[in-house]
Design a protein around this ligand. Structure first.
Ligand code: NAD
Length: 353
């Protein structure tokens, strides 16, 4: 098992360190892997002038899985677009053809109060958002800012091919089959032709999955329903931009973005695993970031790429135990619980393993 570790910027190095410690702790029980580290994002720009250097690309292509922290920070916000840290992330997703982003949003019972929604609305929440990751308006051509009629005009292109929709649809139907067998496809077919095609292809595909109940929802309604009655959803599938927004919204239902892992897979289950949150520059270097999303991302890596369900479940159970025992980083802290830093949270998970 060859893992490429890309700590990135901000809190990235602190949180990936804890996830690696957790994996290391499983070595003595037979987990065998190699881990090599490389630069991505702003730190890569500083060192090499590009957010996704060739040496990182080579390592990522050779690895079976990639564990990433986060990229970005205000010091790189004014660089030309090609040099922005986020470009590194878009480039690796595109290069490795990681078209399927899986983001679970699970509400642990102990954290029901951390949600801004009423506990009865969110308690027991368990949603999986499947977001298409390599197409849509984020990659469509033409794009740019041009002069037109004496003013600047910005433009992007929302585009999806049938094959792109079909392959993400398959991932979502398969995921729904393994869970509650309910799939909600989110689009904006009332105004956008590309999403009319999205809906048509999802309906065609559903013939292959008679055991999965397919429904459709317009994205504006989906955004509303996620905060009104989120437990109505099991698996949601949507395009890149809508998925970007909805998965962040879903993550907040659970109270802390610091708790949520994600997986981005190619057609052969090679994957990039990363927390759903960003580089949190406001708390970087202070040793207070929540490492659990990254630790849970490592668990997803063991499950989806390495087929090590036993080790994955052990990590997830250790996280549950640690929460039940009252350990909390600042983002999920409430009075009466035990406030710990990034490393202490890692220690607690390792002890619980
Ligand atoms: P963010 O997720 O970094 O932070 C949002 C808020 O959540 C902040 O208050 C932060 O302190 C808190 N937070 C995030 N992760 C946390 C954790 N593990 N523990 C405790 N608190 C946590 O989002 P942002 O502030 O919008 O973006 C900051 C930078 O991250 C930007 O440069 C942005 O481009 C980048 N970003 C990167 C990714 C990625 O690498 N995948 C994703 C989103 C944003």
């Amino acid at each position: 098992m060859k893992i490429c570790v890309l700590p990135g910027d901000g809190i990235g190095p602190e949180i990936t360190e804890q996830a690696l410690r957790v994996l290391e702790a499983l070595r003595s029980d037979g987990l065998d892997f190699t881990a090599e580290t490389a630069l991505i994002g702003g730190c890569a720009v500083d060192a090499t002038g590009t957010p996704y250097p060739e040496v990182t690309s080579t390592l990522a292509r050779e690895a079976d899985a990639i564990l990433l922290g986060a990229v970005g920070g205000p010091q790189w916000d004014n660089l030309p677009r090609e040099q922005r840290p986020e470009r590194g992330l878009l480039a690796i997703r595109k290069e490795l053809n990681l078209f399927a982003n899986l983001r679970p949003a699970i509400l642990y019972p102990e954290l029901a109060n951390a949600s801004t929604l009423k506990p009865e609305i969110v308690a027991g929440l368990d949603i999986l958002i499947v977001r298409e990751l390599t197409g849509d308006i984020y990659f469509g051509q033409p794009r740019g800012i041009r002069e037109e009629g004496g003013e600047r005009v910005g433009f992007n292109t929302m585009v999806y091919s049938e094959s792109e929709i079909r392959r993400i649809g398959k991932v979502a139907f398969e995921a729904a089959r393994k869970r509650g067998k309910k799939l909600c496809s989110v689009d904006k077919m009332n105004v956008l032709e590309s999403t009319q095609l999205w809906r048509d292809v999802m309906i065609e595909l559903s013939a292959d999955y008679p055991d999965v109940e397919l429904s459709h929802m317009l994205v504006d309604n989906a955004a509303m329903q996620l905060v009104r009655a989120p437990k109505q959803f099991d698996v949601m599938v949507t395009g890149n931009m809508f998925g970007d927004i909805l998965s962040d919204e879903a993550s907040m239902l659970t109270g802390s973005i610091g708790m949520l892992p994600s997986a981005s897979l190619d057609a052969n289950n090679k994957g990039l695993y990363e927390p759903s949150h960003g580089s949190a520059p406001d708390i970087a270097g202070k040793g207070v970031a929540n490492p659990l999303a990254t630790i849970l991302s490592a668990a997803m890596m063991l499950r989806y790429t390495f087929n090590q369900e036993g080790f994955a479940a052990r990590i997830e159970n250790a996280v549950k135990k640690v929460l039940a025992a009252g350990y909390r980083t600042g983002d999920i802290y409430e009075p009466g619980t035990r406030r710990v830093g990034t490393k202490e949270m890692g220690d607690a998970v390792i002890a619980a393993l």
